[in-house]
Design a protein around this ligand. Structure first.
Ligand code: ADP
Ligand code: MG
Length: 271
């Protein structure tokens, strides 16, 4: 008896153009510290595998926005969703705190890299990366060490596995911190001025690791003053000014075509 293919298998239809999948959806988010309004009606969507850079003057609300996305801050109005799931709470969404289990579930998928690397000084690079795999993921020590070694190799530090942070340069320490985050396989990575604490000659190696991550399809929101990185790596750039997104779009548009006078002034300071 002849084996016939089903018509569906036999006729190969071209794949439809991939619709962007939202990873982070921010709608109408506002936040104040007392009388100080720091986020004003923020709308921002970050799609899967997209790199969005947040730029703007000091105090414009960049860190607060990242902290809201990462559930380290409560916002007052609007909503933030990660992969469709509501993060935190506000007046316009059911005022309900997430359960600890829900928070853990969300945090599992979001990694954050800070200006200060916050490595454990008494642990080697390898132990710094392996620790969370054991503590949070419940991996056994051998498997965690293997995975940590792979992650260190990915950030170009295979040969530093047994070094303590005090023996590493700032750039190397930040790469260990990044390895520690990517070991957890986040769906989304948030970076808050990851190179601002570094000597200028060490900035490039960290940006290169971030570039590699972006090329591998990591979804990233990056607060940075590195305009070259934003221009070359970001899919879209958001300029925050006094808590508002004053310009948003592909880097070419934001850097060269935006009429916003405060953006022009800001770019003159950072170029
Ligand atoms: P950026 O990261 O763009 O420099 P931030 O988000 O850190 O800006 O700060 C935005 C504003 O919010 C600033 O006016 C800052 O002083 C204020 N702010 C930030 N964190 C707090 C806090 N925990 N309590 C009170 N005010 C804060
Ligand atoms: Mg900040």
């Amino acid at each position: 008896m002849a084996i016939t293919e089903s018509p569906a298998a036999a006729v190969k239809t071209p794949a439809p153009a991939a619709e962007p999948t939202p990873m982070v959806t921010i709608r109408g988010v506002s936040k104040a510290y007392g009388p100080n309004v720091v986020l004003r009606d923020i709308d921002l969507t970050v799609n899967k595998s997209e790199v969005v850079c947040l730029i703007g003057p000091s105090g414009s609300g960049k860190s607060t926005l990242l902290r809201c996305i990462n559930f380290l801050e409560v916002y007052d109005r609007g909503e933030i969703r990660i992969e469709g799931q509501l993060v935190g709470y506000s007046d316009t969404t059911p005022r309900r705190r997430l359960s600890n289990a829900e928070l853990r579930g969300l945090r599992r998928n979001v990694g954050m890299v800070f200006q200060q690397f916050n490595l454990w000084p008494h642990m080697t690079a390898l132990e710094n990366v392996a620790e969370a795999l054991v503590q949070v993921r419940g991996m056994d020590k051998g498997a965690a060490a293997d995975r940590a070694r792979q992650m260190l190799a990915r950030v170009g530090l295979a040969d530093k596995a047994d070094s303590y942070p005090s023996r590493l340069s700032g750039g190397q320490q930040q790469r260990v911190a990044i390895a520690r985050v990517i070991a957890m396989e986040p769906h989304l990575m948030l970076f808050d001025e990851p190179t601002s604490a570094l000597d200028p000659e060490l900035v490039g190696e960290v940006l290169q690791v971030m570039r590699d991550l972006a090329a591998d399809g990591m979804t990233m929101v990056v607060v940075t003053h590195e305009m070259g990185f934003a221009a070359n790596v970001a899919d879209r750039v958001a300029f925050l000014d006094r808590g508002r997104i004053a310009a948003f779009g592909p880097p070419r548009e934001v850097f060269h075509e935006s009429p916003d006078p405060r953006l022009t002034q800001f770019l003159q300071t950072y170029h």
